[in-house]
Design a protein around this ligand. Structure first.
Ligand SMILES: *[C@@H]1O[C@H](CO)[C@@H](O)[C@H](O)[C@H]1NC(C)=O
Ligand SMILES: *[C@@H]1O[C@H](CO)[C@@H](O)[C@H](O)[C@H]1NC(C)=O
Ligand SMILES: *[C@@H]1O[C@H](CO)[C@@H](O)[C@H](O)[C@H]1NC(C)=O
Ligand SMILES: *[C@@H]1O[C@H](CO)[C@@H](O)[C@H](O)[C@H]1NC(C)=O
Length: 447
């Protein structure tokens, strides 16, 4: 749907300026990295209008969706996740009120991150991105919303997970190779209902692994494990650890789109690290995790700097794709907190990548807005575009470095305060079918 009132403010080319670029931090000093991250966060918030007079319709979201602004609804959810990671690593609580207000506003009428206004473009991945941010809120003991909101972070995640477990969201065609897979789109009227993509299933996997760890309920881990096996069987994750984008139901999911986007790999890596932890450092999950990490370091850091190779080399990255480097840095960094044997290998690469990221912050009216391309001497040859997603990326790169010294996320048993609702989810209340979902007990081939 189109929302009225957006101005064409984002993404403008800026004039050449003599202002100094963003100063590089001392990368050996966490306080120095924090100071730089604070600048990047402040500049990120300059793209957000939801607190401005007359913009109440934009609480929680960035200007959009296209063509009314650059950003789809889910990018808002992703942005609050980047800020929650930043908050947790730095202790900078100045954005707490805005973050809380945004998550409550977009939680929707049924407390499941599916506000009626956005159902026209609602994919399982869109809903899932907001749920990942709520999961992060629970895992970092972000203060709960005010009581009158009647919701809490963990319950929101469970609602989304329950709804995505339902057959209605999945391929339910016995004999079809994709059977059991979560569809890209949540509703049959939307284009993409016949695409079974990695990010939707990957977020479901990621949430299942994290819910298992947080609540101690093994059912979530079983769903996560089945999802991983499904993606392996469909060859979306191949033997070399490449993570492909998805395939179509009418083609029996055999037409695997071999483009590799970094968020697909990163969402699997983070989830695999949780499963590694949930299974008490099992060899099986260690092998899966190590394979994915090794391959991703090779594919997405060809010269030691994050590179979205599926689109960056040919200049075809859209705004969504231009946001992936931030998730790559954050989620893989966070995986090393639960799998410390990966820490030195990952952090060595990520520090070099973060250095290049900061060097690309040399544009905009203040001279320190960030670019998307981190190679080629700070993006000197790229158009001097600015974007909220560029800020999110660099914020993610800096925040990720701070995770070198991070404690493991809390769980319900180790001080986590967030309240759950194992039966959450609007559709579940009326149909409760997800509970009996045969998907979980052997509907699909290979299950
Ligand atoms: C839906 O969008 C309309 C128009 O922008 C807005 O007035 C209304 O508050 C929105 N409703 C919800 C529930 O977000
Ligand atoms: C564990 O999670 C499953 C799936 O959400 C749910 O059906 C079950 O009731 C939960 N068990 C407990 C003890 O909360
Ligand atoms: C992991 O270890 C804990 C504590 O020893 C135990 O209770 C739990 O069952 C183990 N889980 C698995 C999956 O092995
Ligand atoms: C979480 O922990 C609290 C306090 O130990 C306990 O009362 C509650 O039942 C737990 N919730 C779940 C879902 O395990």
């Amino acid at each position: 749907m189109r929302l009225p009132g957006w101005t064409a403010a984002a993404g403008l080319l800026s004039l050449p300026s003599a202002l100094a670029a963003l100063a590089a931090p001392d990368f050996t000093n966490l306080d120095s990295i924090k100071d730089t991250a604070a600048e990047v966060a402040k500049d990120l918030l300059s793209f957000y209008k939801g607190e401005d007079p007359g913009w109440v319709f934009a609480i929680g979201i960035l200007p959009g969706p296209p063509p009314d602004g650059d950003y789809f609804w889910w990018i808002g959810g992703a942005m609050w996740g980047a800020l929650l990671d930043y908050r947790h690593q730095t202790g900078d609580t100045q954005y707490d009120r805005i973050i809380t207000r945004s998550l409550v506003e977009q939680s929707g009428e049924n407390k499941d991150f599916m506000p009626a206004n956005w159902t026209a473009t609602m994919g399982n991945d869109d809903q899932g991105f907001w749920a990942m941010t709520a999961m992060l809120a629970a895992e970092t003991n972000f203060p709960p919303p005010p009581a009158e909101a009647g919701l809490d972070w963990l319950a929101l995640v469970q609602a989304v997970f329950n709804e995505q477990t339902m057959l209605e969201r999945r391929v339910n065609i016995p004999g079809n190779n994709c059977n059991g897979g979560l569809r890209w789109q949540a509703f049959s009227i939307n284009n993409g209902f016949d695409y079974v993509n990695t990010i939707s299933n990957g977020i479901y996997f990621n949430l299942g692994a994290r819910l298992a760890r947080y609540t101690g309920n093994d059912t979530y881990a079983e769903y996560a494990e089945k999802t991983y096996e499904l993606l392996e069987r469909l060859k979306y994750i191949d033997e070399e650890g490449n993570v492909h984008d998805g395939a179509h139901l009418p083609k029996d999911c055999l037409d695997v789109n071999k483009l590799q986007f970094s968020y697909n790999a990163a969402v699997m890596i983070q989830g695999a690290a949780y499963m590694y932890d949930v299974t008490n450092q099992s060899q099986k999950w260690k092998d899966r995790l190590d394979l994915l990490v090794d391959r991703s370091l090779a594919v997405f850091f060809p010269n030691g700097v994050a590179y979205e190779y599926a689109c960056e080399g040919v200049g075809s990255c859209n705004v969504d794709m231009r946001s992936f480097k931030g998730y790559l840095h954050r989620w893989v960094s966070q995986a090393t907190v639960l799998a410390p044997h990966l820490r030195d290998r990952v952090m060595t690469v990520f520090e070099g990548s973060a250095r290049a990221a900061v060097a690309a912050c040399d544009r905009g009216d203040n001279g320190q807005m960030c670019g998307f391309e981190w190679t080629r001497n700070g993006g000197a040859q790229s158009p001097k575009q600015t974007s909220a997603v560029h800020q999110m990326n660099v914020l993610g790169a800096l925040t990720g470095l701070m995770m070198k010294e991070a404690k493991v996320p809390v769980t319900n048993a180790t001080g986590g305060m967030s309240k759950g609702d194992a039966d959450g989810g609007a559709a579940c209340r009326t149909c409760v079918r997800w509970r009996k979902s045969p998907w979980a007990i052997g509907l699909g081939r290979g299950f």
